[in-house]
Design a protein around this ligand. Structure first.
Ligand SMILES: Nc1nc2c(c(=O)[nH]1)N[C@H]1C(S)=C(S)[C@@H](COP(=O)(O)O)O[C@H]1N2
Ligand SMILES: [Mo]
Length: 328
């Protein structure tokens, strides 16, 4: 077992925190095994070598089907294959549960019963929704979106959920509301264990958007994926999906949404501000301080961890929807 030093302050050393770190080192390691290339081979992830963990993985994904949703024709297809369901379900980032290869398993501790989402702040109709309320109030649709992590890997994922703008219409932010802050579930009793449960990090995980960004057609809350309810490792029971931004903007397991008048502090931007900016739009011409963003590893044609190198597109290919939000 690896010893993880608990940092004394927010000044966490580079190898511990930066770059979504230790977790990604595993990917680099696998990459050297696989070599550069397309569909190279079926290398099992370490956490999945035994059939017992394979069964546990299947159990974590084998959730009730969502019966009533339509496929939004504008987002019915992407020019890359949809990621294999099991690969997406074991290739996650969810730092509340650690930074190791088996976050998907550790995240099964997340308690999703009686979930509530509090929508509050500068709105005319503040409201606390339970999950049934959300599903009844907002018609569900499927959207197949590209997903681009800041670490230069990408997947195509079939989400089920509803547009954020529907929630905006329901709660009616006042004219004073300029930003929204999104807060993930956090309970140190649940998440405790090795990994990124480091008391000095600014938990809970939070993210933020400008109201105009949130009102954009693309901004989405997912309550499902692959036709079923959202697995815990993907941020059950409700998470943000912002396909034109890097993956870290899409906070998981949302418990609170606040409409506010100033730009909120966010998790990664607080921890490593020079590496993770607030806006975090996918931009091939703006390198991360430690690596290029010009290309990405498009993951997931089959169940094995194989990838194809692709050029990264501005706004992750969604410029027609969002570029106007950023024109000066
Ligand atoms: N609460 C919370 N949300 C989170 C994260 C996290 O660690 N905690 N990681 C982010 C990052 S870096 C990525 S790439 C995506 C990963 O989503 P996935 O595991 O469903 O693919 O979740 C984002 N949302
Ligand atoms: Mo990420």
């Amino acid at each position: 077992m690896t010893f993880i030093r608990i940092p004394k302050s927010w000044e966490v050393s580079e190898n511990e925190i930066t770059s979504e770190t230790i977790y990604f080192n595993r990917r680099r390691f696998l990459k050297t095994l696989v070599g550069a290339g397309i569909g190279a081979s079926l290398i099992p992830l370490a956490g999945c070598q035994k059939s017992s963990s394979e069964a546990a993985l299947e159990a974590s994904l084998d959730l009730p089907k969502i019966s009533s949703f339509h496929t939004n024709p504008a987002f019915a297809k992407v020019d890359r294959p949809i990621c294999d369901r099991k690969l997406a379900g074991r290739y996650n980032n969810f730092y509340e549960y650690g930074s190791t290869k088996n976050i998907w398993l550790k995240a099964q501790k997340l308690p999703t019963e009686n979930w509530q989402v509090e929508v509050t702040g500068l709105v005319k109709n503040p409201r606390t929704y339970d999950l049934d309320d959300l599903k009844k109030t907002f018609p569900l649709e499927q959207r197949i979106y590209r997903f681009r992590c800041v670490e230069a890997w990408s997947m195509v994922l079939p989400w089920i959920g509803f547009p954020m703008k529907s929630l905006i219409e329901a709660v009616e932010p006042t004219s004073a509301a300029k930003f929204a802050r999104f807060t993930s579930f956090y309970d140190s009793d649940v998440t405790k264990g090795p990994g990124f449960h480091l008391g000095s990090l600014p938990w809970p995980y939070t993210e933020g958007l400008r109201i105009e960004e949130m009102a954009n057609e693309l901004a989405f809350f997912a309550v499902g994926i692959y036709g079923r309810e959202l697995p815990k490792q993907h941020g059950a029971p409700i998470r943000m999906v912002l396909p034109w931004k890097y993956g870290f903007k899409g906070a998981k397991s949302i418990v609170k949404i606040e409409f506010i008048d100033t730009q909120p502090a966010t998790f990664w931007n607080t921890v490593v501000p020079n590496e993770y900016d607030f806006e975090a739009n996918v931009n091939p011409t703006k390198p991360h301080p430690r690596w290029s963003q010009a290309t990405e590893k498009s993951i997931g044609k089959g169940p094995g961890l194989s990838w194809e190198l692709k050029e990264t597109l501005p706004y992750n290919g969604y410029g027609e929807y969002v570029a106007s939000l950023y024109r000066v």
